[in-house]
Design a protein around this ligand. Sequence first.
Ligand SMILES: Cc1ncc(COP(=O)(O)O)c(C=O)c1O
Length: 363
Amino acid sequence: MNLQDLKSAKVGLVDTPLATLEHLGEHLSKGPIYIKRDDLTGLAFGGNKARKLDYLVQYALDHHYTTLMTFGGVQSNHARMTAAAAAAKGLKSILVLMGPKPQTCSGNLILDRMMDCELVFVDTSAFAGQKDQKEKTKAYLDRCVKQIVEEKEKAGEKVLNIPIGGQGVIGSAGYIKAVPEIMRQMQEQNISAKYLVCGYGSTGTFAGLVAGALAYKALFEIIGIPVQPDYHPQAECAAFVNQLSEYYDLGFTCTPDMIRVEPGLPEDPYYGLGYDIPDEKTQETMRLMASLEGIFVDPCYTGKVLRGMCDLIKRGVIEENAGVIFLHSGGTPAIWSSEHLDFAQTVLWNDDHNIQVFKAEAV
Ligand SMILES: Cc1ncc(COP(=O)(O)O)c(C=O)c1O
């Protein structure tokens, strides 16, 4: 498959701004920091999944699918954006969310409900702590999915099963293609950067960028910051990058040592306490970015990635004046998820720093 021939459904906006983080750069005083604003991809408040969905939705349209089904955590950004892409193109969507139905509708779930897509909560907490938890969870999920698809097919629907995070060769095309876009913007703005730092979740974004960097001979190295402790091993990711190279005939081979993942120090990893668990250092980073730049990062992904990048700069792992680009991959609706509201209450509301109240008396 030739990348140039790949059609985009254009559900999101590309050519997102590449800008300078002037104040964060001054604050760390170790050289220039840039930001690639993929939080501004437009679709349902934006984020990295728009670039993947551009190609996944086109695939669905080309193959006459009527329904997009995808998977994620209860507060999945990818699921929210898939539902929005489906709505925009007149398709139906089913979001299969791993966990019990929460008591409160918050964050991404509010947006999911407003789009009136189908939500399926799959609660496998009964298997927690069992040694074959992963296998049992997968088997149970497979049974649920089979049942859903059979019902939909009986009703005349054709369901496209999009893996968690939009992971796969089709979705990652969006990030392979993001590389020449970034290289062009760097040239236009006379910017040089040795590194581009992004999140490492289902790995589609990272792997697409690595493939793009190798294919287009970019001068920057991609650094992935894992967002959870059980992140995909480098060998697995390299194998996926090679799959991209083969599928799109990009002509390179990737070895595991070319996959640069920076989880942080073992006693203080950037993923904090675990996937989507609030932690103080991520919250601190979110406030730092907001107060210095007026830009918001989220508590589950981009706050951790930014925290990691700042730490790598401070520790000199990213060398002084090397130039580094932070990929802002979106996720901001999670700021208002119930998982994070209690924490925000404690940190942002329980002290009156910078708050004044005037109360008029009736006259
Ligand atoms: C905001 C945000 N950033 C980063 C990621 C990680 O991207 P990927 O799953 O492609 O590794 C995700 C994944 O859902 C996300 O929602």
